[in-house]
Every structure is written in structure tokens, then in C-alpha cells.
Write a protein that binds this ligand. Structure first.
Ligand SMILES: Cc1cc2nc3c(=O)[nH]c(=O)nc-3n(C[C@H](O)[C@H](O)[C@H](O)COP(=O)(O)OP(=O)(O)OC[C@H]3O[C@@H](n4cnc5c(N)ncnc54)[C@H](O)[C@@H]3O)c2cc1C
Length: 383
């Protein structure tokens, strides 16, 4: 990828940070499912937590390409930290920065950009995942507050977050959904069950429970029923940056397995001499490079206001499946050692798998792509 000097510097700064601060504890955090809040404060000190937020609110005023560079560098060292960072900086902070009012931005963004507060986003519910407009959490206006009732699930940073951008139904029409800014101290808000996962184990995931949760009416983002617009405006950058994490995981897996294949000897020579091992190495590299090219192409489209759901979905599905495949190949290259916890490649594979599920599954990405490409056949068809 051809980056500008500033982009090269950003990548190097984050890579050095990740090597120094994230690498040493990555395996332990994964094993113990532990989240290190201090790391978040350090990400804030580096100016990364509000990477796309204008400087007047405490952000760095950078773009989707910069955010994708950061995701790849963090993802290559500790994908869990990268996921929690994505939930904070893209799903919550970027969304608020794009859709929030002046007062809302002034009130919340500085704390979120510094790392004083951790953010998350609550959309998914037990009965509404891919079918997100099927959500049941309700918001009813009572005087100066909205009363929220319902449960969100799979919420990244759920148990450690101070602030959540949440979606709730405000009427019976399918798209009658409002976006609400919820502080963890609000009456009627609590964190529910913590979920134990296959991968991304150092990124806490939990339920959020709303029981007559009192949200001040000033914390409605925009107007009632505008949520679909908020979601849509954020989707492209979310999917491109999540592809950045996939690329980071793949890079870590291929770097590790390439090196291993030069050191591990069988039949009196390094295993890298064997052509079937070379095939995996060549496939890993070419698929990673193709994914990276597509990802930064999409990031540039987003930066040039030319992003589309089609391209973001194509980028996300390709990068996610590439990362799982590269990580599986890396395990294969390491043989039995790849299957043990002595080496990090099994973690890479467990972390990569989430990329095919979170922020829209690979099946949903393919629906979006096919719907766009085939719309001339039948634009009325309800996928
Ligand atoms: C670790 C983790 C972190 C997450 N973080 C967040 C977060 O911070 N905030 C948040 O709101 N959500 C979050 N999610 C939720 C995530 O976005 C959902 O899990 C995802 O959208 C899929 O929803 P689901 O799990 O309910 O699966 P379902 O929608 O039940 O899907 C199950 C299967 O059916 C397939 N399927 C569903 N509909 C169709 C269709 N129309 N055509 C073809 N196949 C279909 C799916 O592709 C999948 O294979 C997170 C999830 C995980 C696992």
C-alpha cells in the first residue's frame, strides 16, 4: 500500500505502541478474559480514541483511512483490544460525532476521546441480530425523560463501558426507532450476563438491561425515528475498519508462520522447502495483499464521500473470510504446535472467526452485495 508520510508515521507510531504495550500481555488477557482499562487510557493519550472526531471536541480529526491503519496495527498484535477500540471509536464515538447535536458532542466527546470514559453501542437483541429492525427494546416518552425497557445482547465493552449509544423502538412501524445516549449511572440501567467466547476473549461482551431506564429527552439523537439514517451513515466506516482488524490478524498469522517455516526442520531441511507449505505461504500473502488493497480502496472511497454499502460489504466479507483462512493455514504450517497454546496462531484463528459474524454476518454481506448487483432484475424483491 502506498501511504503518505503522515500515514506511514501513524502506522509506525501505533505499531511501536502495540509492540510495547499490547504484545506482552496479549496471551494472558486472552486466557483470563481480562480487559486492561489502562491500555484504553494510553490509546487516549496517543489521540486514537477519537481518531475521526474534530479537534474541537478532543479528537484527532483524521479519516477512515487513518482509522483503518490503526485497526490493522492493533489487530496484528491484540485483536481483542482492537475490537474494543472499534466498538468505542467507531460504533459509539464516530456515530455520535456524525449524528449528535452540538450539546451532545460537547458533553460526551471530550471524555470519550481522552479515555476517561469507555463507549459502546447497543443494537443487537436476543431476538434481533441480522434482523436488526426486529428489535423490541422500547422507548416511551414520559415528561422530560424516555423510559427504556428491554435487553441488548452481545454488546462489546458492555461490562466496562460508561456510555452507550443505544437503539430503541419508539413506535410499531418497522423503522420507528430512536437513538439514545445512555450513561451507565442512569436509573434503570444495568449490565446483564457476561458472555464467554471462543475468541476476542479480552474484549468484554455482555448484555445490557433496561428496566424503566430514565434517559433525559435531550439524549435522543436527532429526531424520533431517524435511527436508520444514523445506522446507515456509520455502516461504511464500521465495515471498512473491521476489515482493517481482519487484515491485522492475517498479517500476524502469516508473519509468524512464514518465520516458523524457515526454522522448523523435517527431513533434514526447513519445512519451507516443501512446495505444499510454500503454496500456503504464497496463498496467505497474496490473499492478505488483495484484502488490504480492497480495504484501503474502500477507506479512500469513504474519505472521498463515495463509499457505498456494496463496497463496504464486499470489503468486510472478503477480509473476514481471508483472515480465518490465513489463520487456519498458519496452524497447518505449524502442525501440532499450531494447535497448542504454546504459539499464538490458534488465538489468531479464534479471533478471526468473529470477523465473519460481528457487524453483519458474511451471509448478510452477500445479501447486500447481491441485492445491489441484481437490483435491475427485480427491485421490489424483499431479501
Ligand atoms: C463478540 C461479539 C461482539 C459483538 N458486538 C456487538 C456490539 O458491540 N453491539 C451490537 O449491537 N452487536 C454486537 N454483536 C452482535 C452481532 O452484530 C450479531 O451477532 C450479528 O449481527 C448476527 O446476529 P445473531 O448473532 O443474532 O445471528 P442471527 O441473525 O440469528 O444469524 C444466525 C445465522 O443465520 C444467518 N442468517 C440470518 N438471516 C439471514 C438471511 N436473511 N439470509 C441468510 N442467512 C441469514 C446468519 O448469517 C447466521 O449464519 C457482537 C457479536 C459478537 C459475537
Amino acid at each position: 500500500m502506498i501511504f503518505s508520510q503522515e500515514q506511514e508515521m501513524l502506522a509506525k507510531t501505533v505499531r511501536d505502541f502495540a509492540e510495547k504495550e499490547l504484545a506482552p500481555g496479549a496471551a494472558t488477557r486472552d486466557e483470563k478474559e481480562s480487559f486492561d482499562r489502562e491500555l484504553f487510557v494510553k490509546l487516549g493519550e496517543l489521540g486514537l480514541l477519537g481518531i475521526t472526531v474534530p479537534e474541537q471536541y478532543g479528537g484527532s480529526g483524521l479519516n477512515a483511512t487513518a482509522a483503518t491503519i490503526v485497526m490493522e496495527e492493533l489487530g496484528a498484535v491484540c485483536a481483542s483490544t482492537a475490537l474494543s477500540y472499534l466498538a468505542h471509536s467507531m460504533l459509539a464515538v464516530h456515530n455520535l460525532s456524525v449524528n449528535g447535536s452540538e450539546d451532545q458532542k460537547k458533553k460526551y466527546l471530550p471524555k470519550l476521546c481522552s479515555g476517561e470514559w469507555i463507549g459502546g453501542m447497543g443494537m443487537t437483541e436476543p431476538g434481533a441480530g441480522s434482523d436488526l429492525l426486529g428489535m423490541k427494546t422500547k422507548a416511551e416518552k414520559k415528561g422530560n425523560v424516555y423510559l427504556l425497557n428491554g435487553t441488548k445482547t452481545f454488546i462489546t465493552n458492555g461490562s466496562v463501558g460508561d456510555f452507550f449509544l443505544c437503539y430503541a423502538r419508539i413506535g410499531s412501524e418497522k423503522k420507528a426507532i430512536g437513538t439514545f445516549l445512555v450513561e451507565k449511572s442512569f436509573k434503570g440501567f444495568s449490565v446483564g450476563k457476561k458472555l464467554h467466547k471462543l475468541g476476542m476473549r479480552a474484549s468484554p461482551t455482555s448484555e445490557l438491561v433496561f428496566e424503566n431506564c430514565e434517559v433525559p429527552k435531550e439524549n435522543l439523537v436527532g429526531r424520533e425515528g431517524e435511527s436508520v439514517g444514523h445506522m446507515m451513515r456509520n455502516l461504511n466506516i464500521e465495515r471498512v475498519t473491521i476489515a482493517g482488524i481482519s487484515n491485522g490478524i492475517a498479517r500476524a498469522a502469516l508473519d509468524f508462520s512464514n518465520k516458523y517455516s524457515t526454522q522448523r526442520r523435517q527431513f533434514e531441511r526447513p519445512i519451507g522447502h516443501f512446495q505444499m507449505v510454500q503454496k500456503m505461504i504464497a496463498d496467505n500473502f497474496s490473499h492478505y495483499m488483495a484484502s488490504r488493497a480492497l480495504t484501503f480502496h474502500c477507506a479512500k472511497l469513504v474519505d472521498d464521500q463515495k463509499g457505498s454499502n456494496l463496497m463496504a460489504a464486499a470489503c468486510k466479507v472478503f477480509a473476514a473470510e481471508m483472515a480465518t483462512k490465513v489463520a487456519l493455514n498458519a496452524i497447518q504450517i505449524l502442525g501440532g504446535y499450531g494447535y497448542t497454546k504454546e504459539y499464538p496462531v490458534e488465538r489468531f484463528m479464534r479471533d478471526a472467526k468473529l470477523m465473519e459474524i460481528g457487524a453483519g454476518t458474511s451471509e448478510v454481506m452477500r445479501l447486500i452485495i447481491a441485492r445491489d448487483l441484481l437490483k435491475e432484475i427485480d427491485s421490489s424483491y424483499d431479501w
